[in-house]
Design a protein around this ligand. Structure first.
Ligand SMILES: NC(=O)c1ccc[n+]([C@@H]2O[C@H](COP(=O)([O-])OP(=O)(O)OC[C@H]3O[C@@H](n4cnc5c(N)ncnc54)[C@H](OP(=O)(O)O)[C@@H]3O)[C@@H](O)[C@H]2O)c1
Length: 295
């Protein structure tokens, strides 16, 4: 089986390349310099040469503030990009697995969102990603649209730059001794290594459609930080940040927990509680560095 991973040097893409390779797939790992998803001739030429059976798209413009500043550009990448991929996937009779986001919801539900809940995005990022979902679902039959949330992995998120939340917390604790984190946004922090394994499994089925795919359970960013410091035994004063301490420049959902209902109903859900993914990430982090976490 030939699979093409788009955004292969990204946070999720790099784990997808490892997960598919580990299962014996022939993987073509495409980066932005190999193909521009918003350019149909580029997509058609590159994928036409490879002729994969499975195409996985992680590429997106997903820096929320940049999307708000440049909504047209965000639409071209997040909506027309997936449309181009769907057109070419249909032409090649390939399966398209497209990654979307919890930010299609406004967060007002206050309990976990199911695939059937009505999306109501609050910002340009969410609106353009939702448009991408519609293009994919309307264009080709052999498609999976998979919404996920709160990703962290061993490769940094390229769109956001810098460190993931876990690395940032550990760095701030070491440098400042006190860390202040918001308690008002609730998510399901999801390990890209675990998500990648889940996506490989899903892509092997023919249960096409819309899926939520996140770690089980939920927490606020404050609770996530507390767990990081507890597991790593990091000496730090952790405080809840005040409501005006980190004012959001763009509206975001306060509650974006997804329930993996479609995965569960098909007996495909492989996710564990979010604490398990965090433990594994921190364990691998110790193994991969010669120095201990708190040094
Ligand atoms: N990160 C999260 O917490 C989160 C949460 C929910 C959903 N998601 C979704 O998950 C997906 C993957 O996220 P991630 O954190 O792995 O992102 P990432 O690290 O920023 O990786 C995205 C990859 O896509 C490439 N790319 C961007 N624009 C492209 C374009 N127009 N054409 C071709 N390639 C392009 C990037 O290359 P360059 O950097 O070289 O441009 C990069 O390799 C995204 O679709 C995002 O919407 C992310």
């Amino acid at each position: 089986m030939k699979v093409t991973v788009i955004g292969a040097n990204g946070q999720l893409g790099s784990d997808l390349v490892a997960a598919f390779s580990g299962k014996g797939y022939v993987v073509s790992a495409l980066t932005h310099s190999d193909m521009e998803i918003s350019d149909l001739p580029s997509v058609s030429r590159v994928l036409g040469n490879i002729r994969p059976q499975v195409i996985v798209n992680t590429a997106a413009m997903h820096h929320v503030e940049n999307c708000e500043r440049e909504p047209e550009k965000a639409f071209v990448v997040n909506a027309l990009g997936p449309r181009n991929l769907a057109l070419v996937a249909r032409e090649l009779d390939a399966v398209l697995l497209h990654v979307s986001t919890d930010y299609v919801f406004d967060g007002s539900k206050g309990s976990p969102y199911f695939e059937g809940d009505e999306p109501r995005p609050l910002n340009a990022y969410g609106i353009t990603k939702l448009a991408g979902e519609h293009f994919v679902r309307a264009t080709t039959a052999k498609q999976f649209v998979v919404r996920t949330s709160g990703l962290y992995g061993k490769s940094p998120c390229r769109a956001k730059g810098g460190l993931n939340f876990i690395e940032l917390m550990l760095k701030l604790a070491k440098e400042r001794g006190e860390v202040r984190v918001v308690d008002s946004e609730v998510v399901s922090p999801t390990s890209t290594a675990e998500l990648a394994e889940q996506l490989v499994q899903l892509s092997r089925s023919d249960c096409y459609g819309l899926y939520h795919a996140t770690a089980e359970g939920s927490c606020s960013w404050y609770e996530f930080a507390r767990e990081i410091f507890a597991i790593t035994d990091t000496p730090v004063r952790l405080k809840v940040a005040g409501p005006d301490e980190f004012p959001a420049k763009v509206a975001r959902p306060k509650y974006s927990v997804l329930e993996n209902r479609a995965l569960k109903s098909r007996g495909l859900n492989a996710f564990k509680p979010w604490q398990d993914g965090l433990h594994k990430y921190l364990g691998n982090r110790i193994k991969s560095t010669s120095s201990p976490i708190s040094s």
